[in-house]
Design a binder for this molecule. Structure first.
Ligand code: FES
Ligand SMILES: [Fe+2]
Length: 329
């Protein structure tokens, strides 16, 4: 599967990985995740180099990942260190090693470095506004869509009065001012104002830029797939888009808040979870119908001014893909 490379991808929530090997699909490939004796997450391609069995069906034994088929044992770096059929002092053939991945565990996610091995790795991409003082609850859903359409849906500011007419798009504010967008290699920031169309002209980009100054953007996006909705100073929605394969994307939907009283906090989280899932389902009905599924192939799409953020996403995403391909050659 073609995705931008040499980037950190959030691939799982921390709590999803334990001392049992776990098999998941990401980027169109099978991975096994597990935790070593120091509780550090580990990951390899989920294929034993002996006869190709799935290691996620195996077990962890004293810091070793054991294949369920012939009991070969692999250390935390994926090196085979015991072949039962060859005996205790037996030889380990060269190349009996798993393809392993560099991981980080931060902000409640497991991040996987997808790309070439480096001496030093950059920081994982995350929103500074969420660094400290927040509580959150996560919902996980999977949609049969390509990640590009999933992301663009959340950068689309013109669909609200139509798709979300009964929820966040109520009020018929169909006229999009701008949006005013700032973008760079790291991500995209969008200041959104939708108004009722009373015949007057929307504000110019210059006026919108002045109005945005010093204000937190309504929507922020960080490559390769982290999105933030600024509901208010103390309430945010975060989405992590995780590419499973060409046809499927996993969404980690997090609601961030600062409510300290445990019972009220729990109740609020449950209510917001229900509401967020409902709103996301309104999107799902239409996003599933978009063709072609991968927006990289959608050269026939005719974007309008309101799609400013989507246009930026397409441009930057293409640049990242091209950069990955030039490294691969
Ligand atoms: S296939 Fe894994 S040990 Fe044989
Ligand atoms: Fe939506």
């Amino acid at each position: 599967m073609r995705v931008p490379e040499n980037l950190w991808y959030p691939v799982l929530e921390s709590c999803e990985v334990g001392r049992k090997p776990m098999g998941v699909e990401r980027f169109g490939q099978r991975f096994v995740f597990w935790r070593d004796a120091d509780d550090l997450p580990r990951s390899h391609l989920d294929r034993c180099p002996h006869l190709g069995a799935s290691l996620s069906q195996g077990k962890i034994c004293k810091d070793r990942l054991v294949c369920p088929f012939h009991g070969f044992e692999y250390d935390v770096n994926g090196q085979c260190i015991h072949i039962p059929a060859n005996g205790r002092g037996g030889k380990i053939p060269k190349g009996m090693v798993l393809r392993s991945f560099h991981l980080r565990e931060q902000h409640g996610f497991i991040w996987l470095w997808w790309g070439e091995t480096r001496e030093a790795y950059p920081e994982v991409p995350f929103f500074v506004q969420l660094e400290t003082g927040w509580k959150h609850r996560t919902d996980i859903v999977e949609w049969p869509v390509h990640y590009t359409r999933a992301i663009e849906n959340q950068l689309d500011v013109a669909h609200l009065p139509f798709v979300h007419r009964t929820t966040i798009g109520a009020g018929g504010r169909s006229l999009v001012e701008g949006p005013y967008v700032e973008a760079d290699q790291q991500g995209i920031r969008v200041w959104v104002t939708n108004i009722r169309d009373d015949g007057s002209s929307p504000r110019s980009q210059k006026e919108l830029a002045n109005a945005a100054e010093g204000k937190e953007p309504g929507l922020s996006f960080l490559f390769p797939g982290l999105w933030l909705l600024n509901i208010s100073h103390r309430l945010k929605n975060l989405l992590a888009f995780v590419p499973i394969n060409e046809q499927k994307t996993r969404y980690y939907l997090r609601f961030y808040h600062q409510i300290r009283i445990p019972l009220i906090s729990k109740l609020f989280e449950v209510m917001m979870g229900i509401s967020n899932r409902f709103i996301l389902n309104q999107d799902k009905r239409v996003v599933l119908t978009q063709t072609p599924p991968n927006s990289c192939d959608a050269r026939q799409d005719r974007l309008i001014g309101a799609d400013n953020a989507i246009a930026h996403f397409r441009r930057l995403h293409t640049t990242l893909i091209e950069r990955s391909e030039s490294v691969d050659q």
